[in-house]
Write a protein that binds this ligand. Structure first.
Ligand code: G3P
Length: 255
């Protein structure tokens, strides 16, 4: 059971790393663009290296930017060589249902020792085949599954059952969070990892009633401090208190 953050924002990633709650980061071209990354592969490399160092030794998933079979193979190996905690994201198939992606996944895992996160999956069946091809991670886009009118909990349960039943090494990443409740629900349904948007993680931590409770503690601490000050002996009373004379006290002799 682990939390990854779905972000390319270094400040956000550092914030959660310092809290000790993060075990990995996932990105994709859409996230990187949203987090201000432009300028192509040279900029992707700079950002990737910065994130990989920030979270080392935890894994960072970076997605290939092509669906051409040969180019994917070359690019995936280049990405993986940037740092040893990099995992390469490959979609389960191409935009027109091209199936060579599965061969690429298999080749990368078995011939080139590249860890692959198979992504953009919407069903347990896709996850099972990706795991059989040798994927290290299978990413089920749970929020998108729900958006299509299906229940991602069923897909998660099925995926976990199948992976365990066939003793496949892949770990399930439940992705595409929409609500704070998703994280715990998806873990309970069998996800090994939930990759969370930063604002969802903030929302998991902050509770309005906790705020009110903490406010009360702080106010009462202040009140109690003020009460101590008020009950201290006033200066006028000190003046009538006995003054030490410096003479030795005389005790009766022991009997
Ligand atoms: O990790 C997958 C995720 O980035 C996709 O999320 O919100 O675009 O469905 P979303």
């Amino acid at each position: 059971m682990a939390i990854f953050v779905d972000s390319g924002n270094i400040a956000e990633i550092q914030k959660f790393m310092k809290m000790g709650i993060l075990r990995g980061v996932t990105t994709n071209p859409t996230i990187l663009l949203k987090d201000g990354l432009t300028g192509g592969m040279s900029e992707i490399k700079k950002r990737t290296l910065a994130i990989a160092e920030t979270i080392y030794p935890y894994p960072l998933s970076i997605e290939v930017t092509t669906n051409d079979k040969e180019k994917m193979l070359v690019q995936a190996r280049q990405l993986a060589a940037w740092a040893d905690n990099i995992v390469v994201k490959i979609t389960i198939h191409g935009p027109d249902g091209e199936l060579h992606n599965v061969e690429v996944i298999h080749t990368l895992e078995h011939q080139h020792n590249v860890r692959v996160n198979v992504t953009a999956m919407m069903s347990a069946q896709q996850c099972l085949l990706a795991a059989m091809a040798g994927a290290t991670y299978v990413s089920l886009f749970c929020g998108r599954v729900n958006n299509m009118g299906y229940n991602c909990i069923d897909e998660l349960k099925k995926t976990r059952k199948l992976l365990d039943q066939f003793n496949l090494k892949a770990k399930i990443i439940a992705a595409s969070t929409r609500e704070i409740l998703n994280v715990v629900e998806w873990w309970e349904a069998g996800a090994h990892i939930v990759t969370v948007l930063p604002n969802i993680l903030d929302g998991m931590l902050v509770h309005p009633y906790t705020k009110e409770t903490v406010r009360q503690f702080l106010q009462d601490a202040l009140k109690s401090e003020q009460l101590i000050v008020q009950t201290q002996v006033p200066a006028t009373l000190k003046e009538i208190a006995p003054v030490h004379t410096g003479k030795k006290d005389v005790f009766p002799a022991r009997l």
